[in-house]
Ligand binder design. Structure first.
Ligand code: 5AD
Ligand code: SF4
Length: 461
């Protein structure tokens, strides 16, 4: 059993862990008491995430004590950060595995079986390994992730990721295109390119002197290549871009490529220039807004969502008002909002943690309110319009579920005879909820999908 905490990168890593284990003859189980191996894939980006791990391990302790043969392991960012220390702290733990050491899992498990507790948290800096996702015919996927780069060189002062994921390493374009292509041929309709600062990607080995990154527009070229070389694909997303690497070429790619969504999640973190500077984000509120507006003008109806932190050291009421201003000016339709959480070994520790918990809570609530208001106004404005939904699930209520071209969550109501799993359908929005939309197939019938590929058919319930 693999338990995943944290971001999409971890969800993706957990899939790779599953694949490695499947080759070793393991089968996934949902029942923790039946598992021979329990691996927790962890997150350490905020303190809360780390607490989650500790309480989960505490809950697993009686099970481990009752069945000594069960192997208990910790993978992911906490594993990388703590290494051997975690084995000392948690005496009933057998295995600690860094994010770059997933391919070493079989050898480590063999050691554990032989009675040795093991920890391996070594970055593959010299020859980075990117495990490819093989399409699984038994569980055909409609959406999938593909890693294009790993690690982060940005060193935002609050962030632990450069420590837990190491320096930036990039994957060869040929390898990326081959993986996307294999997935699409296996029935995957939407691929999300993954990386900590995904749009800083460039072709490894290609160096252009004078730029910190050899080519800041290389990512746009990669998107074009995938669009041209993988005709089976219906959608191509990427996450998370850094505002610093939103180039005119990338904006142009959004204007030209049908395959790209009319939405980008572009973390802003703050709207105050003073705070952005202390965070070492390397843009001002104005520069962020210029890039945001450039993206929005690339395509009609283009929307943005973001990540925001409140209560960063030294944040004044005026700084916070700058963030609210940014939220309004950028017109975010969604945001993940966090209270600043001091992380071990990060440069921001030296700045103290001087915004009180009450003030952080208060600012978070005010921020939520503005974001929620903008989100529902946006969703309401879509009632009566047509959306293109990639159908990825069917709810218990019989409604189909999927995401629009702008990534809004859409419930789709159709007549009982239609099977639209994995299809792109054009439907009209009938109603807006707080966080999603309800759309109806006109007269109970669907407008024909834009592109239709054979998938494993699922019978309607
Ligand atoms: N405190 C609060 N939020 C943080 N994030 C990253 N580090 C911290 C921290 N120390 C948030 C950022 C980032 C998201 C993944 O988590 O907003 O974009
Ligand atoms: Fe962390 Fe900043 Fe890198 Fe994002 S860009 S992973 S916030 S250091």
């Amino acid at each position: 059993m693999v338990q995943t905490l944290g971001c999409q990168m971890n969800v993706h890593d957990s899939r790779r862990i599953h694949e490695v284990l499947r080759h070793q003859g393991y089968e996934e189980t949902d029942a923790v008491e039946l598992a021979d191996l329990i691996l927790v894939n962890t997150c350490s980006v905020r303190e809360k995430a780390e607490h989650k791990l500790m309480s989960l391990l505490g809950r697993l302790r009686p099970l481990k004590e009752a069945r000594r043969d069960v192997v208990l392991g910790v993978a992911g960012c906490v594993a990388q950060q703590e290494g051997e220390r975690l084995l000392k702290k948690v005496p009933y733990l057998d295995l600690v595995l860094g994010p770059d050491n997933i391919p070493d899992l079989p050898a480590l498990l063999a050691d554990v079986d032989a009675g040795r507790r093991r920890s391996l948290t070594v970055f593959d800096l010299d020859s980075p390994r990117f495990l490819a996702a093989a399409p699984d015919p038994a569980q055909p996927e409609i959406t999938s992730f593909v890693t294009v780069m790993k690690g982060c060189d940005e060193r935002c002062t609050y962030c632990i990721v450069p420590t837990t994921r190491g320096a930036e390493r990039y994957r060869q374009a040929d390898e990326i295109v081959a993986e996307v292509s294999a997935l699409a041929r296996g029935g995957v309709r939407e691929v999300t390119l993954l990386g900590q600062t995904v749009n800083s990607w460039y072709e490894p080995g290609v160096s252009r002197p004078g730029l910190r990154a050899p080519s800041e527009s290389a990512f746009a070229e990669l998107l074009r290549r995938i669009a041209h070389e993988v005709p089976e694909l219906l959608r191509l997303r990427y996450t998370s871009p850094h505002p610093r690497h939103i180039t005119p070429e990338l904006v142009q790619a959004h204007a030209e490529l049908d395959l790209l969504p009319a939405h980008v999640h572009l973390p802003a973190q703050s709207g105050s220039d003073a705070v952005l500077k202390r965070m070492s984000r390397r843009y001002t509120q104005r520069e962020y807004l210029e890039r945001a507006h450039a993206l929005k003008s690339a395509r009609p109806g283009f929307t943005l969502s973001t990540d925001l932190i409140v209560g960063f050291p030294g944040e004044t009421e005026e700084d916070f008002l700058g963030t609210l201003e940014l939220v309004r000016e950028a017109g975010f339709v969604a945001a993940f909002c966090f209270k600043y959480s001091p992380r071990p070994g990060t440069p921001a520790l030296a700045l103290g943690d001087d915004v009180s918990e009450e003030l952080k809570q208060e600012r978070l609530a005010r921020l939520f309110e503005v974001v929620a208001e903008q989100q529902s106004a946006h969703l309401r404005s879509l009632v009566g319009t047509e959306v293109e939904v990639l159908v990825t699930a069917r709810g218990d209520d019989g409604r189909w579920e999927g995401r629009s071209q702008r990534h809004e969550k859409v419930h789709v109501e159709l007549g009982p005879t239609h099977t639209v799993m994995g299809e792109l359908v054009r439907v009209r929005v009938a109603q807006a909820f707080d966080h999603s939309l309800l759309a109806l197939g006109e007269g109970g019938r669907l407008t024909p999908p834009r592109r239709h590929l054979p998938v494993a058919e699922e019978q309607p319930a």
